[in-house]
Design a binder for this molecule. Structure first.
Ligand code: AMP
Ligand code: TRP
Length: 345
């Protein structure tokens, strides 16, 4: 970790919408659990982001618990990392407002996630959906987090967070600006599983919004469902190649090999050499076994946490207290730097 001015701190968020899938697990949750051992970490359930599109009020709290349970089931430990709901910590919204006045319209107009989500219908979207990446920058910077474990799809949002931090640092504060006030947060994207693709189409990312449930492995799937989805995953008529260049132009096969490597925690080259020449029937059977073994404990633990919502609420409430305490000194400096009345120290 390279930022030397700021002590390393990790922040990431997941929206409480839809069910979590293998892409979320490999791209985000599993990384969270690994980082907590040697970093100061905050893992947030971003319910304020969720309401940028309509949500059922009666379900939001349960969906929030569901994500908290998934974080814990993936190995995040509440005495090592903070796990809390974004709406419980006011610094997120407050800093988002200040950042609204720093970020430029043109920067947001370039965000591909908004364009993808809005399609031709952008006039009818909420202002919040357009502003979503500004809130994301506030999430990270309210704690001066330096590192953000996410999947590859979040790269552009992280670049925007850096732009906002840099512009704030240039624009505000002491005569010479506040050059190092905010760190420029770095995404932690590398590693196996940064981009898990659909089981039905290896050119599209695995996503909770895909209408076909067969396209993704949900963390809540039973071993039978996992095995069936893998058995039905799209392949071609060739077999497993022995080397990486045999994956070229074969996105469906490349995806299965990459999932295998990520779940078994071995290099892709080893998956290829172990299964070189194998037909897809036996390869898929081996992959199903690896997937079921890796995901079974996560599913089991998740169900156990969900059976005790009070305990989940206690963990989130304690973590929210911790997050509020971490954000307060940052926010009081921000208010002073901007020059608000009553904030002079
Ligand atoms: P989302 O499902 O969009 O709320 O994403 C939650 C986290 O999972 C983010 O860090 C995403 O980058 C990550 N993620 C989502 N889909 C995938 C995928 N198909 N492959 C890898 N990471 C993903
Ligand atoms: N935009 C992220 C996603 O869709 C969720 C998110 C919100 C986030 N705030 C964040 C991720 C801050 C990392 C850091 O996956």
């Amino acid at each position: 970790m390279t930022d030397t001015t700021h002590s390393p701190r990790v922040f990431s968020g997941v929206q409480p919408t839809g069910t979590l899938h293998l892409g979320n697990y490999l791209g985000a949750l599993r990384k969270f659990a690994r980082l907590q051992h040697d970093h100061d970490c905050l893992f947030c359930i971003v319910d304020l982001h969720a309401i940028t599109v309509p949500q059922e009020p009666g379900k939001l709290a349960d969906q929030t618990r569901h994500i908290a349970a998934a974080f814990l089931a993936a190995g995040v430990e509440p005495d090592k990392a903070l796990v809390y709901a974004q709406s419980a910590v006011p610094a997120h919204t407050e800093l988002a407002w200040y950042f609204n006045c720093v970020a430029r319209m043109g920067w947001l107009q370039r965000m591909t996630q908004f364009k993808d989500k809005a399609g031709k219908n952008s006039e009818a979207m909420s202002v919040g959906l357009f502003d979503y990446p500004v809130l994301q920058a506030a999430d990270i910077l309210a704690f001066k987090a330096t590192h953000v474990p996410v999947g590859e799809d979040q790269k552009q949002h992280l670049e925007l967070s850096r732009d906002i931090a840099a512009k704030f640092n240039r624009d505000f504060g002491e005569p010479a600006g506040a050059p190092d006030f905010f760190p420029l947060p770095e995404p932690l994207i590398d590693g196996p599983g940064a981009r898990v693709m659909s089981l039905r189409d290896g050119t599209k990312k695995m996503s909770k919004s895909d209408p076909s449930d067969a396209s993704r492995i949900n963390l809540s799937d039973t071993p039978e469902q996992i095995a069936k989805k893998i058995r039905k995953a799209k392949t071609d008529t060739g077999g497993v190649p022995g080397e990486a260049d045999g994956l070229e132009g074969r996105p469906d096969i490349a995806n299965l090999v990459s999932i295998y490597a990520a779940l078994a925690d071995i290099p892709e080259a080893q998956v290829l050499s172990d299964h070189a020449g194998s037909q897809f029937g036996p390869f898929k059977a081996a992959l199903a076994e690896v997937a079921v073994e890796a995901l079974r404990p996560v599913g089991d633990l998740m169900r156990r946490y969900l059976a005790d919502p009070d305990e989940l609420d206690r963990i989130m409430s304690r973590s929210a207290d911790g997050a509020r305490a971490l954000s307060e000194p940052v926010m009081s400096d921000v208010r002073r730097i901007i020059g608000f009345h009553g904030s002079a120290s």
